[in-house]
Design a protein around this ligand. Structure first.
Ligand code: DGT
Ligand code: CA
Ligand code: CA
Ligand code: ZN
Length: 579
């Protein structure tokens, strides 16, 4: 699973492939291929674009624009579903094999009755495939070699794609008879920005394990079964995500949670600590080294940590940095939680590329219990995002002030802007205009392949501007897609701390920018941080949880994050950032 752009690009590419396999007209195929390419290479999220902007994209005709709208509305495209129904369910997997294109797939299907990878393997082994026209011994040998690759070439999944799937599985597992507890562990529980595979744990009696496993294997999101044992199994979901399930007895559940949450390095350090106390620690229990039947702890993580002389360590910190030392001194930071956040300082409305009106956005923020929201639409240089000219911004500020006035009993609505940091570090509006705003989020959008030296100079110049409140998504990276800038972070953090402004943790799961390690270094350097969703539409405020996980991995507390200030303190801080 991925963001809307990638999902759409995949769907359009799949439609092109399906049409080819089904022998459709070449022109129809090309239309879908063009659409896939355009959407796949798009820097902006289609979900945030207006229908007019979408229709203007190269390679996007009326039909495509309508299908994009349908997808954004319903999460599906009916024509795509119809095409899928016309081929065997596993047939498209063949396309993942390097060197096998839609034409070969059509031939394999029609002439050799190959319907998925498994039947293909059989036909290769029986020698049947070599009899097929155009499939000589050499081509078959190549396919055989590439088959292994096709099944392991999966990318790490972004946390925003993985977490909903994990929650779905946990919810389903909890409904299976005999399941006492169910949870996800692994890198996802630690809140990493990308997930290699999903690790699920179930607590149940030993005798129930096989039936629970079977019920799990029948779940809707189980596409392929990769391995199957009595107390564990591995599957793949239709999104290509591998899921490992382990079924453990209640007495071992804590030990298993600890072990499978990891990280591996954290586990190794804990095991050494256990050994130094004459114990042994594994995924089943903490026990006496001399006699492993003498169990010290195992039911809960808490009791294991306690026996080891440690405070319970939040999963986000379990990376073997300094957490074990701090836990031994009972001095772990009190990590920030979702409840601590009371303000959103970076969000877009229909004035630029958002889908909310000022009032809708303010109401949504108020519904979350926020006391403050800043409206920060794009600046004029962001033409494709409908950035505001100076004149439009003047009017927009007026509109925001009007809404702010009407809603002042509910929420404080601040006038802001997400001002582009141009390649040379100048901001996209003059100071005379920035001065009128309450919040200035300065972000890079273009020139994202600058050298580190240029990027550093660019940011230092922007930080010097007296009206900047916070530095938005500093590196401009898009996870799995764009590396972004790598400025000299030390220099940036020193300048930000000196100026008393904040650095953003952009909570959008495609960005998570600053990333965990940089956010940690920033806080260590004395910088304030600001966690914002950069909301463009109704679902986006929920992205906060990803930003929060990143902040927790950075070891941040309430005191590090300006969004945790109460209304009065936030006002005071905002005022303190300007002359
Ligand atoms: P991922 O899946 O690559 O995003 O990262 P993890 O951390 O989820 O790693 P995974 O799925 O390979 O294994 C889950 C946990 O199991 C891992 O965090 C720690 C534990 N584990 C796996 N292999 C080892 C190992 O060789 N030694 C120890 N001590 N723990 C391990
Ligand atoms: Ca994992
Ligand atoms: Ca795993
Ligand atoms: Zn933004």
């Amino acid at each position: 699973m991925a963001g809307p752009n990638e999902k759409l690009a995949d769907i359009f590419q799949q439609m092109a492939d399906l049409l080819l396999i089904l022998g459709a007209n070449r022109f129809r195929v090309i239309a879908f291929e063009n659409a896939a390419r355009t959407i796949g290479e798009l820097a902006d999220d289609v979900a945030t674009m207006t229908p007019e902007n979408i229709a203007q994209l190269p390679g996007v005709g009326k039909g495509t624009a309508e299908r994009i709208a349908e997808f954004l509305d319903t999460g599906k495209i009916a024509d795509h579903q119809d095409l899928l129904k016309q081929v065997p369910p596993g047939l498209l997997d063949l396309l993942d094999i390097p060197g096998v294109g839609p034409k070969s797939v059509a031939q394999l299907w029609h002439e050799a009755e190959v319907s998925d990878i498994a039947t293909l393997k059989k036909k290769i082994e029986s020698g049947e495939l070599e009899q097929l026209k155009g499939f000589g011994a050499k081509k078959v040998e190549n396919i055989k070699k590439n088959l292994a690759f096709a099944q392991s070439a999966d990318q790490r999944m972004r946390i925003g794609a993985a977490l909903p799937i994990a929650q779905w599985f946990v919810e389903q597992l909890r409904h299976i008879k005999g399941v006492k507890e169910a949870a996800y562990a692994g890198s996802l529980r630690r809140g990493r920005e990308t997930i290699g595979d999903l690790d699920l744990l179930v607590s149940c009696s030993r005798k129930d394990a096989p039936t629970i496993r079977d019920a799990f294997l029948k779940l809707e999101l189980v596409k392929d079964v990769l391995a199957k044992g009595d107390t564990k199994c591995s599957i793949r979901t239709p999104q290509g995500m591998q899921v490992d399930l382990r079924l453990v007895e209640p007495d071992s559940y804590g030990a298993a949670m600890l072990y499978f949450t990891g990280s591996k390095e954290h586990n190794v350090a804990l095991r050494e600590l256990a050994l130094s106390k004459g114990w042994t620690l594994n995924e089943y229990r903490l026990a006496e080294k001399a006699d492993e039947s003498k169990i010290v702890a195992g039911k809960t993580e808490q009791e294991i940590y306690k026996k080891l002389g440690l405070s319970w360590i939040p999963p986000e910190l379990r990376e073997d940095r300094d957490e074990i030392k701090l836990a031994a001194q009972h001095q772990l930071p009190e990590l920030i939680t979702l409840k601590d956040i009371h303000a959103e300082l970076h969000a877009h409305t229909t004035a630029s590329d958002g889908r909310w009106s000022i009032r809708q956005l303010a109401a949504a923020a108020a519904d979350r219990g926020f006391h403050t929201v800043a409206i920060t639409d794009h600046s004029k240089g962001q033409v494709q995002a409908n950035g505001l000219s100076a004149e439009r911004l003047e009017q927009h500020i007026q509109d925001i002030r009007d809404v702010a006035d009407q809603m002042k009993k509910t929420i404080t609505v601040l006038a802001g802007s997400e001002v582009d940091i141009l390649a040379d570090g100048k901001l996209d509006y003059p100071n005379s205009l920035l001065k009128e705003l309450d919040v200035v989020v300065a972000s890079p959008h273009g020139a994202l392949s600058q050298t580190p030296e240029k990027a550093t100079a660019r940011f230092l110049k922007a930080i010097d501007n007296p009206y900047v409140t916070l530095m938005g998504h500093l590196t401009g990276r898009i996870i799995n897609r764009r590396e972004g800038l790598s400025p000299d972070m030390k220099a940036i953090f020193a300048a930000v701390a000196e100026r008393g402004i904040a650095l953003e943790i952009n909570a959008n799961h495609h960005r998570l920018d600053l990333r965990d390690i940089h956010a940690r270094a920033a806080a260590d350097a004395g910088c304030k941080l600001s966690i914002n969703t950069d909301a463009h539409g109704p679902a986006d405020l929920d992205e906060l949880r990803y930003g929060l996980l990143t902040a927790r991995r950075a070891g941040l507390t309430r005191g590090d994050v300006v969004n945790c200030l109460d209304s009065k303190a936030l006002k005071k801080w905002l005022a303190s950032t300007r002359p």
